[in-house]
Design a protein. Structure first.
Length: 253
């Protein structure tokens, strides 16, 4: 079936321009075709953008194990809505995709549910080298050199060298140094928590002042958000303690 998409704002390698595009089956057949070209369907895309299908090579979806958040059907629907026609998903699901069998299970789920093209990385661990060497139905190996979930952390130098030396698939890695991450975790977490709670409180309090009495109406429950932020400041380790942690670290250095 030949489709003419006319008057679209087309994103091209050398810029953005108003063009018409012909799609023949699953392929782009022509850009700015001759006016007399015969087609089966015409779509007027005036005011709309037409872009090549996006390949998102790092997504974190939640199937299997966390489908109360999303599954492959809802995740791939979001991809299609946003122009992503291919996704490559990370292995840190529950259970983690660290074997060929678990990657195959994901592929079977995607074949049933996904609206777009898909691929699933196999995750490296300190002791699954044989699986990594034999893996084939995957775009590559994912290594979490810094903190991750389950047994996906690979911060042993000998294990890392074996993976890089003995496997042939492309490797994607989180390259954080775990020792540095752990050394800074308390201070940086304290800084982030203090900032988030303080700024959050200021934003919500300002919104409440703008709304005035309306902040106490059922349809505008801003006072509830203010209360929740304040409770977070108090119960989750007060911001004063966060300041002490940060200050102590700064003085120590």
């Amino acid at each position: 079936m030949r489709i003419l998409i006319k008057n679209a704002t087309v994103v091209l390698p050398d810029g953005v321009d108003r063009r018409s595009v012909v799609v023949d089956g699953a392929q782009i057949a022509e850009i700015d075709p001759a006016p007399q070209l015969r087609v089966d369907e015409v779509i007027d895309a005036a005011g709309l953008h037409l872009i090549p299908g996006v390949v998102d090579d790092q997504v974190h979806f939640r199937e299997p194990g966390l489908t109360h958040k999303e599954d492959l059907a809802t995740a791939s629907r979001a991809c299609a809505k946003g122009g992503v026609t291919t996704f490559l998903e990370m292995p840190n699901t529950l259970p983690a995709a660290t074997t060929r069998a678990r990657v195959a299970e994901k592929l079977e789920l995607a074949a049933e549910k996904s609206l777009v093209n898909y691929g699933f990385y196999i995750g490296a661990t300190c002791d699954n080298l044989a699986e990594l060497k034999a893996a084939d139905r995957t775009p590559g190996i994912k290594i979490f050199i810094g903190s991750s979930t389950g047994d996906l952390l690979v911060d042993d130098q000998a294990a890392l060298e074996r993976i890089f030396a003995e496997t042939t698939l492309p490797i994607a890695a989180h390259c954080e140094d775990e020792t540095t991450v752990r050394a800074n975790a308390t201070r940086l977490a304290a800084m982030a928590k203090r900032y988030a709670t303080d700024v959050g409180f200021e934003v919500v309090n300002g919104a409440l002042q703008i709304h005035g009495g309306y902040g106490y109406l059922r349809d505008h429950p801003i006072e509830r958000v203010l209360r929740d932020v304040r409770v977070h400041q108090i119960l989750e380790g007060t911001n004063e303690i966060m300041r002490v942690i940060v200050s102590r670290d700064l003085l120590g250095n």
